[in-house]
Design a binder for this molecule. Structure first.
Ligand SMILES: *Cc1c(COP(=O)(O)O)cnc(C)c1O
Length: 332
């Protein structure tokens, strides 16, 4: 096997770094889902991290590992969502300055959510690209260190701690169903899980339009894809044409990548809510959606990280009311 920049040892080290800084979330048996889907399903409730999503793990590991001079100057990230929240919160907890850059198109509630977590928000330009230009400026002029959402060894190792905890709680897990976007989560989880349980199956699941990693694996190299609105909005974004880590790790460590539709994501959100009373954002219901459609076989002990609950309550209500996905994703 190729040597990667992240080893199982790095994930164990991250576990020590994260101790007391992130929640050690529970892995709960999902009796209702298991009955409905004829499988033995456990949910890892990463949605109960302080920031409502697992990204706090990678962000905290990355920020904590910065050398003293870089910590002193601070960090910067471009994100309106779970990554921005994770970086904001991690930096605040470690007493470090954080700037989160967003474009002018970002709604006020998302800006406030990041400010409330203690970060400085800078609004710049009309697109994500312009926000990235501002990040580069802040790096050059103020010496801020960019914290990446997935393609960095410390971030990957931080996310991998989820698999360590899952296998500590259920060493008999046969399959992990992992939501897949940039691949930091699945790369970290796969390297850790396969070091402990070499036969474990790690399956990545993405939405069926705009899945950059799936398209890149098919093309044999990182490619860009056209994106549309999705209930799994946290899975949006590319993998970076200059991807350094997660593409190779996903290609070599992940057993299968499966795609699900928007209607299937919505149906899985309803089923998880009805059977387990868990409010899960679309990004993390893709694994259950894959089981519901039979695209992943309901065999053996299956572990599913519920990665976030950062969903607009009104949108969630409309999903529960079974509004058609076309309306949900339209001008809402
Ligand atoms: C970022 C994110 C993912 C995917 O993680 P990657 O490392 O980008 O693959 C899954 N679920 C939620 C809720 C996320 O915020």
């Amino acid at each position: 096997m190729t040597a990667f920049a992240v080893t199982p040892r790095d994930v164990y080290r991250a576990q020590q770094t994260l101790a007391g800084r992130v929640q050690r979330t529970p892995l709960v048996p999902a009796f209702g889902l298991s009955r409905e889907l004829g499988a033995d399903i456990s949910l890892k409730l990463e949605c109960f991290q302080d920031t409502m999503a697992f990204k706090q793990r990678g962000a905290t590991n990355a920020v904590a590992n910065l050398p003293a001079d870089k910590r002193q100057r601070g960090v910067v990230a471009v994100s309106t969502g779970n990554h921005g929240r994770g970086v904001a919160y991690a930096a605040k907890r470690l007493g470090i300055r954080a700037v989160i850059v967003m474009s002018r198109l970002v709604p006020e509630n998302k800006i406030r959510a990041i400010r409330d977590l203690g970060a400085e928000v800078q609004i710049h330009g009309d697109s994500q690209d312009e926000a990235f230009e501002r990040q580069a400026e802040l790096e050059a002029q103020e010496g801020l260190t960019p914290v990446l959402p997935f393609d960095h060894p410390d971030v990957i190792a931080g996310q991998g701690t989820i698999a360590l905890e899952m296998l500590a709680d259920r060493p008999d897990l046969d399959t992990l169903l992992v939501p897949l976007s940039g691949g930091g989560l699945i790369a970290g989880m796969a390297i850790a899980a396969k070091a402990i349980a070499p036969d474990i199956k790690v399956v990545g699941i993405s939405m069926d339009h705009g899945a950059a990693m799936a398209a890149s694996l098919r093309a044999g190299k990182p490619v860009a894809v056209t994106e549309g609105p999705s209930l799994a909005d946290s899975l949006g974004g590319g993998i970076g044409l200059d991807n350094a880590h997660t593409f190779a790790m996903t290609r070599e460590l992940v057993d299968d990548v499966v795609l699900v539709s928007e209607a299937e994501i919505a149906a899985a959100m309803r089923l998880i809510y009805r059977e387990e009373r868990v409010v899960a954002e679309g990004a993390c219901t893709v694994g259950i959606a894959a089981l519901m459609t039979g695209r992943v076989a309901a065999e053996g002990a299956i572990g599913v990280p519920i990665t976030g609950r950062n969903i607009d309550p009104e949108l969630f209500r409309r999903v529960l009311a079974e509004e058609p996905v076309e309306t949900l994703l339209g001008a809402s």
